[in-house]
Design a protein around this ligand. Structure first.
Ligand SMILES: Nc1ncnc2c1ncn2[C@@H]1O[C@H](COP(=O)(O)OP(=O)(O)OP(=O)(O)O)[C@@H](O)[C@H]1O
Length: 357
């Protein structure tokens, strides 16, 4: 598998950046961290908009090393910014065509495919000022796609949108990777957004990358802060078994059955599900006569007492990890210990990346 391999060092005013990373290109990589940690600077350095010391290569394409610095327009990068940047005097169609470069090799992204994917056919003759914020961002994304990028850089593309517009546009971002197989780097400081879109994460703090790895590994790692959050969640991979007649889809996760509302796709498809820690409770014996549909056999791999009455419990499920948020009182009452087999009762589960639309 090719990857984006980069290392940059430099000073911007009083800020010092020093990063080195490899991001796999078979999915969405999130660059996550607090405001001012250097996420945008890394993205700009990847694009060649910022010339820092270091190296950067996308697979066999070397964009920067000690001898070379490929200019931004020759890197084959699509960039979507926080604020949509459309030409105000051009229609949506003309804006889209403006970025429409000739396809590189066989992997063409056609005008029709973009219009269909982003559902913007009704908007084609409008002026950008007559679009909503979410629509404008969809068109910006379409324009970036039509430049036939090798890599798509998304810099907080949803942060300027209100909650409703964000919910409206998220599925388009979710469909992107599945539909086009385009590698993407997403800058975000919204972990829920990262959980829905990313499969890999680079964690940034004070100009440094403090952790990197598959998304769920980082979300559930006991030495990182995510598993302690009130909204902590695990994002696991499952396979579609089939669609049931009552609107539930049956999935297989580590050899066990998981039911989820909605249409998951064709049998055999890999899907991702998000399970919030507070939706998981534990039992030491198989629960009977319960309304909970999903009960998974798991093993406790870590228990951490949190501030307040709760405990964060990490559970092994095959080679995947699930989180549970229970009270310390229950840990004591059931005498829960690391290594113990338990039954995880999953009250809520959501598909996070559906099949291509
Ligand atoms: N050209 C510049 N000159 C001086 N300082 C800069 C310059 N560009 C960025 N910085 C500083 O570098 C730091 C990192 O900025 P950057 O925009 O990369 O962070 P970020 O993680 O993307 O933040 P946010 O989430 O707020 O966008 C900030 O302290 C910023 O003020």
């Amino acid at each position: 598998m090719t990857s984006l391999s980069a290392a940059f060092t430099g000073e911007l005013g009083a800020f010092r950046l020093d990063v080195a990373f490899d991001a796999p290109l078979d999915g969405v990589t999130a660059l996550f961290g607090p405001s001012g940690s250097g996420k945008t600077t890394v993205l700009r350095a990847i694009a060649g908009l910022e010339h820092l010391k270091g190296r950067c290569a996308l697979g066999r394409h070397v964009w920067q090393d000690a001898l070379h610095f490929v200019p931004v327009h020759k890197r084959g990068i699509g960039y979507v910014f926080q604020e949509p940047s459309l030409f105000p005097h051009l229609s949506v169609r003309a804006n889209l065509l403006y970025g429409n470069h000739r396809a590189r090799g066989a992997r063409a992204i056609t005008f029709d495919a973009v219009v269909e994917l982003l559902k913007i056919w009704k908007l084609l003759d409008r002026a950008p000022e007559r679009l909503s914020g979410g629509e404008r961002q969809r068109v910006s994304l379409g324009r970036a796609l039509l430049s036939q990028p090798r890599l798509l850089l998304l810099d907080e593309p949803m942060s300027a949108l209100d909650r409703g517009a964000k919910e409206e546009i998220l599925p388009y971002f979710e469909a992107l990777h599945t539909a086009l197989g385009l590698p993407m780097i997403l800058v975000s400081h919204d972990i829920a957004e990262v959980e829905r879109l990313a499969s890999h994460m680079l964690l940034m703090s004070n100009g440094k990358i403090t952790a990197s790895g598959p998304l769920n590994e980082l979300l559930t790692r006991p030495d990182l802060p995510f598993h302690q959050n009130r909204d902590a969640a695990a994002v696991l991979t499952a396979r579609v078994v089939g669609q049931e007649s009552d609107g539930l889809a049956a999935l297989d996760i580590a050899g066990q059955r998981l039911l989820v509302a909605g249409e998951a796709g064709a049998p055999g498809d890999a899907v991702r599900v998000r399970i919030m820690a507070r939706d998981v409770s534990l039992a030491v014996e198989p629960p009977s006569r319960t309304t909970i549909l999903n009960i998974l056999k798991a093993e406790i791999t870590a228990i951490e007492a949190l501030r307040g009455p709760d405990a964060a419990v990490t559970l092994g499920l095959g080679n995947q990890t699930l989180l549970a948020r229970i009270t310390q009182r229950s840990v004591a009452a059931l005498d829960l210990r690391v290594g113990q087999p338990v039954f995880a009762q999953v009250k809520g589960v959501a598909l996070v990346t559906g099949p291509a639309q």
